[in-house]
Design a protein around this ligand. Structure first.
Ligand code: ADP
Length: 404
């Protein structure tokens, strides 16, 4: 991805989900957040926009059934009311799926729209929301360059051995069925920041980054490039997540359809919305709630946390195959940045790799939010590094906008 542009400029960053729209205006040079917010429950009976400007939180209720277009119209009005349009130089869109076509961020034109539309067949819910966000923003910000930044792009350096499924080859060549990986902007950003923190060049750094939020993925980064990642064709593969199952035996499909009469949609809901931490704890998908319950002795909460950490540690260990040498294990995302419990449990299971947790540093990261949490005796560093996907999008958008 491109490096930092020379001039301070403001970029509107849009992250369009199926029923939500996250937005922020950032200064691409300083990462200062000018305004940020979230339009949620779009298309429902009670859509709402919450935003923060100059430290003050406010909210605007939209009319029933209003969706992305209305949310962007309201955002335009907000931008105009606060005189924020003058400094805007670009709109950066987070696009979930770039397929094989997009290996880096691009200025959006008709061909790019075609490419995103094609990739949207692989992730229909996200893809269509992203396209809707782009067309609404194009209509509302006519003079501004619009840039697409893809969650999949960073992983396009994976080799076939890592990205193919052991399925009939034609499914790959004819339909693009392969592993793509997601959270690319986050893995890229925390790897660069960690290389800076450890004072080593990213081109010579071998890292494993664990992005642990509601969605969770691990990435093996060899000499600064993604060589493998735990998510696949969709963001369902790999780790146990908040409500997603991660890896399961695909034979489960047959069992659920023939024995329990599940439809394809019901299976999709089961695996994406009712599994993971929520499915095992039967309490919540929220790691904080589960940690509190575990401390109080709730057995299913304890099991959910233990499973989460065991499966994560197992995936990290597996990535030693492509890496061979590991410089640092990076924790990021809401859980990775905040849960000292999970970090300690994962590191404890990986001592054979040379990892060792410094308990004081691990607890101190609650306040410092960033830093090395491994002991001086450890051969491999463990690092907490806050992610900032919005800033990566803003930087890419500003750089590409300046080139055109
Ligand atoms: P998203 O993937 O939606 O961006 P986040 O990266 O914000 O989500 O991560 C959300 C997760 O982070 C939730 O499971 C939440 O419980 C967890 N989390 C946030 N703060 C803490 C904390 N202090 N301790 C443990 N988990 C936390």
């Amino acid at each position: 991805m491109p490096s930092q542009p020379a001039l301070p400029r403001h970029v509107l960053v849009l992250n369009c989900g199926s029923s939500s729209l996250k937005f922020a205006i950032l200064d691409a040079l300083t990462s200062e957040e000018i305004i940020s917010g979230l339009a949620e429950r779009l298309g429902s009976s009670t859509p709402l926009i919450k935003y923060k400007y100059q430290g003050v939180k406010k909210q605007i209720e939209l009319e029933a059934n209003q969706a992305h277009g209305a949310a962007i119209d309201t955002l335009v009005a907000l931008i105009n009311d606060h005189h924020l349009a003058d400094h805007l130089i670009a709109v950066g869109h987070r696009v979930v799926h770039g397929g094989e076509h997009f290996t880096q961020s691009v200025l959006i034109d008709d061909d790019v729209i075609k490419g995103i539309t094609q990739a949207a067949t692989l992730a229909p819910l996200h893809g269509h929301a992203n396209l809707l966000g782009i067309s609404s923003a194009q209509a509302s910000f006519k003079g501004l360059p619009q840039i697409a930044v893809f969650d999949t792009a960073f992983h396009q350096t994976m080799e076939k051995t890592a990205y193919l499924y052991a399925l009939p080859y034609k499914l790959y060549t004819d339909y693009g069925v392969r592993r793509y990986g997601f959270h690319g902007t986050s893995h890229f950003y925390v790897a660069e920041q960690t290389a800076k923190l450890l004072n080593q060049s990213i081109e010579h750094s071998n890292f494993i980054s664990a992005h642990l939020g509601n969605g969770c993925s691990v990435c093996a980064i060899k000499n600064g490039k993604s060589v493998d990642t735990s998510m696949g064709l969709t963001p369902l593969e790999g780790l146990m997540m908040g409500t997603r199952s991660g890896d399961i035996d695909p034979g489960l499909f047959n069992f659920l359809t023939t024995q329990l009469d599940y439809s394809a949609q019901q299976i999709d809901d089961l695996l994406n919305k009712q599994s993971g931490l929520l499915g095992i704890s039967e309490l919540s998908n929220d790691c904080r709630t589960i940690e509190e319950a575990a401390v109080a002795g709730n057995e299913k909460a304890i099991l959910a946390l233990d499973m989460f950490c065991y499966r994560l540690a197992k995936q990290i260990a597996a990535f030693m195959v492509p890496l061979q040498r590991l410089d640092a294990l990076i924790f990021t995302g809401g859980i990775g940045e905040n849960s000292d419990i999970i970090r300690a449990k994962v590191i404890a299971q990986l001592s054979f790799l040379g990892l060792d947790c410094d308990n004081t540093a691990n607890l101190a990261a609650r306040f410092s939010k960033q830093g090395i949490i491994s002991s001086t005796a450890a051969n491999v560093k463990a690092v907490v590094m806050p992610t900032n996907e919005e800033w990566v999008i803003a930087l890419d958008a500003a750089t590409i906008a300046q080139e055109h």
